[in-house]
Design a protein around this ligand. Sequence first.
Ligand SMILES: C[S@@+](CC[C@H](N)C(=O)[O-])C[C@H]1O[C@@H](n2cnc3c(N)ncnc32)[C@H](O)[C@@H]1O
Length: 367
Amino acid sequence: MLPEPEADALAASAMLLERMRRELKGGGNWIGFARYMELALYAPGLGYYAGASAKLGAPGDFATAPEMGTLFARTLARQVAQLLQPGEAILEFGAGSGALAEALIGELETKHYLILETSAELRTRQEARLGTRAQWIDRLPEHFRGVMLANEVADAMPAHALAWRAHGIMERGVSEIGGKLSWAERPASGELLAAARRIEVPVPYESEIGLVGRAWMKLLAARLERGALLVIDYGFPQREYYHPQRAMGTLMCHYRHRAHGDVFFHPGLQDITAHVDFSALAQAARDGGLEVLGYANQAQFLVNCGITEVLEREDPADAARYAPKAAEAQKLLSPAEMGELFKVLAVGRGAQRPLLGFARGDRSHTL
Ligand SMILES: C[S@@+](CC[C@H](N)C(=O)[O-])C[C@H]1O[C@@H](n2cnc3c(N)ncnc32)[C@H](O)[C@@H]1O
């Protein structure tokens, strides 16, 4: 059983439901799942990332790598330093609480740290934390030179939900039935159908396609004049993503540190995510003229970047300081935690190769 939200949170969720009902009415009692996810996460003032509830860290719903301590950021900094040329900027997408930005700015002593954040609420929190050490931008610059970072951002982009059935390929969406939001299917069409047809799965099969993520990647590719983008997230190459055994898809919800699969649980109060299809992102990058610079699991990437040397800077005799760092390293690297499920994809233009983080165990060939 999931914990029951407070009364004010329930009231906010009820307002978001009203907003969804209006949209359902306009669409003949149906909206695609991607639109539902967009509203649930980003509806102004009411969506999960757009509302005022705590999201990240201990009191929130989940903890990301930068939230666990500075080890991740200090190790990632080594890769960023290799890629960054004098005078170039770092651009972080979806900076959450600002933890990664704070640690990277400290480590790299950079004056050019840009943040592009879609959530007004999180941007306010980031501004309070970082002050003048970062600059916030509302849209992607026309031309960018430097390093772009997206940690656990791609999984938060609205995903389209599909069902491959004996009678055809369906888009999964949402209807209100008997006063409750429920899954409902319609024949898929257009770009979504074309993308779904290219994927071979046994029937019946349900999964997601990240059209929004692909479009995001194409736009970045067009704007990145020189440098690289590092996408860090949980996901797989296409062959594993659409594996016959993953016939229920990858949608996952987080509420108060519990992961579950009920996407209709109090919309606006819980996180909803889809795993990342890294093959699709890599293809979108290539279509936009970028090169794939490397792809590895998080553990391999961090070890290549020298996480053990970063850890060695701590004194093991100082148990009070060392023990939490060792625990953090364990979470980041263990295959049972973030080490294997999380991947790092690097794409770019004009970047000097080989990249530090992919010196060993590069799995680009699996994309
Ligand atoms: C799961 S949180 C991760 C936050 C942070 N990167 C971390 O690792 O702790 C997802 C973040 O991505 C932001 N976001 C989602 N889509 C975005 C987009 N297209 N551009 C920029 N930020 C986005 C959300 O508002 C939120 O800050």
